[in-house]
Design a protein around this ligand. Structure first.
Ligand SMILES: Nc1nc2c(ncn2[C@@H]2O[C@H](COP(=O)(O)OP(=O)(O)OP(=O)(O)O)[C@@H](O)[C@H]2O)c(=O)[nH]1
Ligand SMILES: [Mg+2]
Length: 344
């Protein structure tokens, strides 16, 4: 794919900002597929667009994330917010069409206003999180106030995605043993709200109890209540609440919505919201820096004779891989630097 002309990319950004759905879908595809026009598109997008409120929803398979997310989306829509959903599914990257079908049924009347997109994963955990970050920014330019990001499981890549969210919702369910898994995986540390879904099934109370106990220890030590804590002295604080809900019957969903909104307000009031924004940009910058350094150095190395000389020495074992790598790095860095000086 060749790099698009600047005006094509500018038209796309303008259409995206005007709220055109097709432009949104196209811009998201550019970012997702690593289209050559994506970096400039993102530069434009980031310059003058608000960053949406990112709610990460995670939990083990079958906990009910996909059932909960559209209902939470509807609830936030009723608050007057423009809501989009990004579903990250590492296990089935091609299930987008099927999920979309389900989702339209799920959201009922509101479906035309809740934008849904499934994200095919590529690369490692860092690549996924970086991609999701960029997709969120595109949605910000498209006028979305909130983006719900749904990920499966509790592995490294999910934790990386969750670290980019302002509000992290962990979905558990009775009888899955996932409260234990969640504790082990460290997802609980990043959760801002835990939903014990399927509260209509037996065992939900026990699951909630286990989770509350695990969370309760630090809570007791700091004399905190669940949710927002505001004693009027010093900044308000948040303690992860456990909410029982049923995404099917609708029981407890008002409370889920109220708690995510309360979390956002608390974060805004105590400065954590802005801090998470800064942290996310810093993280992305570092990631892009590493990527660009590798790209440029590799390009440079390919044109250098010293590279083949090092490879030859490596082949006849006069050099070991460590010394060879150190020497190659030194050569490439000084050559890149010299090139730059000559061209500027
Ligand atoms: N009884 C009951 N079943 C539910 C509830 N919420 C979801 N389910 C069912 O649980 C099953 C899994 O729900 P999903 O929403 O697909 O779960 P998920 O967490 O998205 O699962 P993965 O995408 O596989 O990670 C489905 O059969 C749902 O109908 C609930 O509140 N009560
Ligand atoms: Mg799902």
């Amino acid at each position: 794919v060749v790099k698009p002309a600047a005006d094509e990319q500018q038209r796309l950004v303008a259409a995206l900002r005007a709220g055109e759905r097709r432009a949104l879908a196209r811009a998201l595809s550019w970012v997702e597929s690593g289209h050559p026009g994506a970096p400039e598109l993102l530069t434009d997008v980031c310059q003058a667009s608000p960053v949406p409120w990112v709610i990460g929803v995670t939990g083990v398979g079958g906990a009910g994330k996909s059932t909960l997310v559209p209902r939470l989306a509807q609830g936030l829509l009723a608050e007057g917010l423009r809501v989009g959903i990004l579903a990250v599914d590492p296990s089935s990257p091609f299930s987008g069409g099927a999920i979309l079908g389900d989702r339209i049924r799920d959201t009922g009347d509101a479906s035309s206003r809740v934008f849904f997109r499934s994200v095919a994963t590529r690369g490692g955990s860092g690549a996924l999180a970086g991609c999701v970050h960029d997709l969120v920014r595109v949605m910000g330019a498209g006028g979305f106030d909130v983006v719900l990001v749904e990920t499966v499981g509790a592995g490294q890549s999910e934790v990386a995605v969750m670290e980019l969210a302002h509000t992290v919702v962990l979905v558990c369910a009775p009888g899955l043993g996932d409260e234990i898994q969640a504790i082990k995986a460290g997802v609980m540390e990043v959760a801002d709200l835990i939903v014990v879904n399927k509260a209509d099934l037996p065992g939900a109370e026990a699951t909630a109890h286990t989770l509350r106990q695990a969370l309760g220890l630090p809570m007791d030590a700091h004399h905190l209540a669940e949710g927002r804590n505001d004693d009027g002295q010093g900044p308000c604080r948040w303690h992860t609440p456990v909410v029982m809900a049923s995404s099917i019957s609708g029981q407890g969903l008002d409370q889920v919505r109220a708690q995510v909104l309360a979390h956002r307000q608390t974060q805004r009031d105590n400065g954590d919201y802005a801090a998470r924004d800064r942290q996310r940009d810093r993280w992305r910058m570092q990631q892009l820096f590493t990527q660009l350094v590798v790209e440029r150095a590799t390009e440079c190395a390919a044109r250098m004779s010293v590279w083949s000389a090092i490879e030859a020495e490596l082949a006849d074992r006069t050099l070991d891989p460590w010394t060879a790598a150190a020497r190659a790095t030194d050569s490439v860095i000084s050559a890149c630097f010299k090139n730059r000086q000559e061209t500027t």
